[in-house]
Write a protein that binds this ligand. Structure first.
Ligand code: SF4
Length: 249
């Protein structure tokens, strides 16, 4: 007992006290800012491996961006990735960042279905479905529940059975082989069901977009509640996005 207390005193509090303001160390790339400086737009568009950059006005689609940083390396005066990890959005269109705009991405209460706030404001259980994922987003979502990020303190947890879940979190580009299991999982979740797309692969197919090995028709059948960009998704992006979905802070 005494030794346990000594360990607790020695280690201190391990969870991040405020997940909305903490600085992310290292090479993390968050919401980009595009300046109005005139550069070779054609070259910039062509260097992007996923077609995330569009001209007129120059913009980056965070739902397609794999955050490789190539555009920033080539045109550092035009594109700069900030450390703003609050990138989740309730609308697909808001993931497109246009030149000259430096505004946070916000999920407004009116964008959220009323039943989500009513039933899940203090507790949300999620079933994660890796639909052809490469384990990167899956690892980061797993990390969201560790002692550091401690997602469980907000009442958000992953559960094993979709029957015990309030919604699903889809990672991966949704392969043909996973389209039916995804549908079965979705059907097993009781109403009202929350649908979250986590990561570039889930949002747009990422580098696999257009592949014959994908079947993304699930997304034509059901509405998505939030899109969480990242490649992989950062735990802070995910937790902040889900919190903005289920409650007003
Ligand atoms: S960081 Fe994103 S927008 Fe820039 S080149 Fe890579 S994928 Fe394209």
């Amino acid at each position: 007992m005494i030794s346990d207390i000594k360990i607790l005193i020695h280690q201190g509090k391990q969870s991040i006290p405020d997940i909305t303001t903490v600085d992310v160390p290292g090479l993390f790339r968050g919401r980009p800012i595009i300046s109005n400086e005139q550069t070779d737009t054609k070259q910039l568009v062509e260097l992007c491996p996923t077609g995330a950059i569009s001209p007129d006005p120059l913009s980056i689609d965070l739902g397609r961006c794999v955050f490789c940083g190539e555009c920033q390396f080539a045109f550092p005066s035009r594109i700069r990735f900030t450390k703003d990890y609050k990138m989740a959005s309730a609308s697909r269109e808001k993931l497109v960042i246009q030149e000259g705009r430096d505004e946070p991405i916000i999920i407004r209460p009116e964008q959220v279905r009323k039943e989500i706030r009513k039933y899940f404001g203090r507790s949300l259980k999620l079933r994660q479905v890796s639909a052809g994922g490469d384990n990167s987003c899956e690892w980061e979502l797993n990390a969201a529940g560790n002692v550091n990020f401690d997602m469980g303190r907000f009442g958000i947890e992953f559960v094993a059975s979709p029957r015990h879940a309030d919604g699903i979190v889809i990672t991966g580009p949704i392969t043909r082989n996973m389209s039916e299991p995804l549908q079965i999982c979705y059907d097993a979740v009781p109403q009202p069901k929350v649908v979250i797309l986590a990561g570039t692969d889930a949002i747009s197919g990422g580098i696999f977009a257009g592949s014959a090995a994908l079947d993304r028709s699930f997304l034509d059948r059901y509405p998505v509640d939030i899109y969480v960009p990242g490649n992989p998704v950062h735990p802070l992006t995910f937790i902040n996005g889900v919190l903005d979905l289920i409650r007003t802070r």
